[in-house]
Write a protein of this length. Structure first.
Length: 115
């Protein structure tokens, strides 16, 4: 199966999970295409000053892969500067958030797997 980028749905989420500004979410695959194993597989585009607030994951875990830019990642109580090519995992029972404090656009590939 090939899915063209023009076939992917996008949505703008204001103050996602209590974060600043807005996040452009591009769903590369919809829930019904993920065989009940995942609830999200897509990209998150964060313009300067925008981010996703700190939030927990219960009965699931979320992976981020930094495609473009240098966001600040919050893993429970620890903040870390990320760079292109870095990957993160927020395991079941933990919290995370991500913010673009740079002057460049940040793009992150995100996948949430269900437990």
């Amino acid at each position: 199966m090939i899915k063209r980028g023009s076939e992917c749905s996008t949505e703008v989420r204001e103050h996602m999970r209590g974060g600043e500004g807005q996040v452009l979410v591009t769903n590369l695959f919809e829930k019904n295409e993920l065989m009940g194993k995942s609830r999200m597989f897509g990209t998150l585009t964060l313009e300067p000053g925008c981010g996703i607030g700190i939030h927990p994951h219960e009965n699931e875990q979320e992976y981020y892969y930094v495609v473009k830019g240098n966001p600040v990642y919050r893993d429970d109580d620890q903040e870390t500067q990320l760079h292109e090519g870095d990957v993160t995992i927020c395991e079941d029972g933990h919290s995370h958030g991500i913010t673009n404090r740079s002057d460049e656009t940040v793009v992150v590939l995100a996948c949430i797997l269900l437990k």
